[in-house]
Design a protein around this ligand. Structure first.
Ligand code: ADP
Ligand code: MG
Length: 230
């Protein structure tokens, strides 16, 4: 099967106007198959968020190539890629506070120009899928952390992405609630055949994925490579 993500020799340097450049990624190579569930771990500041932001085309590339579903991120229309190939969710949910759960899920669909009626129907289906239909009229302040993350997941699925990227999605949740989020990812992978990459600090969370990669000193390592060194 074709790889859905193919990163070759990726470098990322942040240029600091009045200081030394920060070389964060120094030759990342990563291949991910459709339907895989991958965890990325690594020390704080090692570049995990930077890597996810590059995969979701929020951050640009210094050197190297990133193919997402066969498309080279340096040549395609980034906005289109961002909308349709991948979605990203965060530790602090990033919901719009003044919109209801339903409106939050409708939001990315409205940006693509589909009718409000269609967006509403699909948002309702997605909220049902994450078992939050009964909370659709609530604003984020009236939801628990786990519920907010499920709204964020429903919103991330709104435009049928092929890849779901999650930056410490369980970081603000208790263990049990976190586990339900990981189970939800697994169900979505099975149902929709999408690919999920999560960044996590929690080894118990990482162990529930298909494979664990560790980002250290700018490069990615397989978990067993790191263990061999110890
Ligand atoms: P992690 O998610 O693994 O904790 P990050 O990807 O957030 O790490 O950050 C990696 C390094 O890059 C850190 O040293 C951070 O300060 C730096 N960095 C991240 N984003 C920027 C930016 N926009 N400008 C400058 N430096 C940045
Ligand atoms: Mg981070």
């Amino acid at each position: 099967m074709e790889d859905i993500i193919e990163v070759t020799n990726l470098y990322k340097t942040f240029e600091i106007p009045r200081g030394d450049d920060i070389e964060v990624l120094k030759g990342i190579t990563l291949k991910v198959k459709p339907g895989e569930f991958v965890a990325i771990m690594g020390p704080s500041g090692s570049g995990k968020s930077t890597l996810l932001n590059i995969l979701s085309s929020i951050e640009d590339i210094t050197m190297g190539t990133v193919l997402i579903d066969g498309e080279d991120l340096s040549t395609v229309n980034l906005v289109e890629t961002r909308r349709h190939k991948s979605s990203i969710i965060y530790q602090d949910f990033n919901l719009l506070d003044y919109l209801t759960a339903l409106e939050n899920v409708m939001f990315p669909m409205m940006l693509t120009g589909i009718s409000e009626k269609k967006a509403k129907e699909k948002a309702q289906e997605l909220l049902e899928r994450v078992q939050l239909a009964h909370r659709s009229e609530h604003i984020p302040d009236d939801l628990s952390g786990g519920e907010k993350q499920r709204v964020a997941i429903a919103r991330a699925l709104a435009n049928d992405p092929k890849i779901l990227l999650a930056d410490e999605p369980t970081g603000n949740l208790d263990t049990q609630t976190g586990d339900t989020i990981i189970e939800l990812f697994r169900e979505i992978i099975t149902e929709k055949k999408i690919t999920v990459i999560i960044v996590t600090h929690d080894i118990q969370v990482a162990k529930q994925t298909d494979r664990i990669l560790i980002l250290r000193e700018g490069t990615l390592h397989r978990e067993d490579e790191i263990l061999e060194e110890l």
